[in-house]
Design a binder for this molecule. Structure first.
Ligand SMILES: *Cc1c(COP(=O)(O)O)cnc(C)c1O
Length: 434
């Protein structure tokens, strides 16, 4: 099978995600044949360093032997069984371990991040109804937030290019000011800005709490907004304010969970426990689709009743899929065995130090949070994002800049020579696309 053939078959038969398909008249698809560590190999044997962890899902490299073995082992016993009325070892083991790590429990499973967001929103709404507070039906999120693209999750997302077209279909939600420190006033510290943003949230809740079910946020880093980072004091303030006004706090850790921000979960840095946590992406190390929502005993108890309709009657066909759960259990085993969160601290610091050479370029807001690194390029080129992506592909580097923000979210297994390559190739890419 030759390559050209595969590309044209793909364009004929596959509708690719987040893509204006007509652009593929100009920009070819890249046919990937195999992956190994941080590298993806195309059909001609050319390799690309996966600096975005294949849309933020991969943690320990492609073709990871430990995760692969766990899935193979599970394949020999049970590939799938429905989770209503049945259970199995991988889903129980995973739920117990996630409860231990998050301090929440009662894990409810979906397949993608967006389904986790939907589950948390529905559970929050249903909780208030079950306890008789039927007026609490609305949601708020941060300005520039991203929580997925199904109708419910898009309703609380605030990214115009994804949302505006579908606006008439969506649940109404309000946005409160983002604590992203790029939006701070000159001379204002990240902490002061976070406190000021929290005060604005409090003003909103003071007025509207009676109709609000929940506030959903991306803790510490608003990734899709272009890696907008903020001070952890915002999280502690938000927890206080939401408790005071009886509004649920939903932590969407779909992108930032599993060590990305320097702690296992980003909420730990604000020393807070949310009412719901949404997990996906890295949960299976990037192997299989899986998402989970965990919550408090108090919320769970409001559904526990003789009445069927007070229960959470929500399901997906592949809820709790054993293969995906076994990949997730193997992923958590790697965290424990390799002391990943601790070891990443030195790796993060080394990457930050090596990134200093990038300050020779016209950039601002060079920033990082754990294993997320970003900077904003000062350029008038309206096509910077597309051109830098293309220049990256030519250089053997998979970058996916968001507007003028270039970021790295590499697999945690990236080695020193690979880091050096990632940064030197990025210098060439940015210069080529200015
Ligand atoms: C990616 C993402 C989602 C949606 O997850 P999908 O698996 O793409 O549906 C939701 N929230 C955040 C913060 C994300 O980064």
């Amino acid at each position: 099978m030759n390559n050209q053939d595969l590309l044209s078959r793909s364009l004929q038969s596959v509708w690719h995600p987040c893509t204006q398909m007509k652009q593929h008249e100009v920009y070819p698809l890249i046919p990937i044949q195999r992956g190994e560590g941080v590298w993806l190999y195309d059909a001609d044997g050319k390799k690309y360093l996966d600096a975005v962890s294949s849309w933020w899902v991969n943690l320990f490299g492609h073709n990871n032997p430990r995760i692969k073995d766990a899935i193979k082992h599970q394949l020999d016993t049970l590939e799938h069984v429905m989770l209503a009325g049945f259970t199995h070892e991988p889903v129980v083991a995973l739920s117990e371990q996630l409860a231990k790590l998050t301090g929440l429990g009662h894990a409810f499973y979906g397949s993608d991040g967006a389904s986790a967001t939907e589950i948390a929103l529905k559970m929050s709404f249903h909780y208030w109804r079950n306890i008789g507070k039927t007026g609490k039906t609305r949601f708020i999120s941060l300005q520039n937030s991203y929580h997925g693209e199904t109708m419910g999750s898009l309703g609380v997302t605030d990214v115009a290019i994804f949302k505006d077209t579908y606006a008439p279909l969506l649940i109404q939600s309000a946005q409160v000011p983002s604590p992203d420190f790029r939006l701070a006033q000159a001379g204002e510290s990240a902490e002061d800005f976070a406190l000021r943003s929290a005060a604005q949230l409090e003003m909103y809740l003071a007025e509207h709490h009676a109709e609000l079910a929940a506030f959903i946020i991306e803790p510490l880093v608003q990734c899709a907004a272009g890696m907008g980072m903020y001070h952890p004091v915002y999280l502690s303030k938000v927890r206080e304010i939401c408790t005071k006004y009886e509004v649920h706090l939903i932590a969407d850790e779909i992108a930032v969970g599993f060590g990305r921000t320097g702690t296992m979960f980003a909420c730990e840095q604000g020393n807070i426990k949310p009412d719901f946590i949404c997990l996906s992406k890295g949960i299976t190390g990037g192997y299989l689709p899986l998402s989970a929502v965990l919550t408090t005993d108090e919320i769970y108890q409001a559904f526990y009743h003789d009445s069927t309709v007070r229960g959470f009657l929500h399901s997906h066909s592949y809820t709790g899929n054993p293969l995906a759960c076994s990949a997730a259990v193997a992923t958590l085993a790697i965290f424990a065995a390799d002391d990943v969160v601790e070891k990443n601290k030195a790796k993060s610091a080394a990457i930050v130090e090596k990134m200093q050479v990038l300050t020779d370029l016209p950039i601002q807001h060079l920033r990082h949070q754990g294993m997320i690194f970003a900077f904003d390029v000062l350029t008038q080129n309206a096509r910077f994002s597309r051109q830098s992506y293309q220049a990256g592909v030519e250089q053997g580097l998979l970058l996916r800049p968001i507007g003028n923000t270039v970021y790295f979210m590499p697999p945690y297994t990236i080695t020193e020579p690979e880091i050096d390559f990632m940064i030197s190739a990025t210098q060439r890419v940015v210069k080529a696309a200015l």
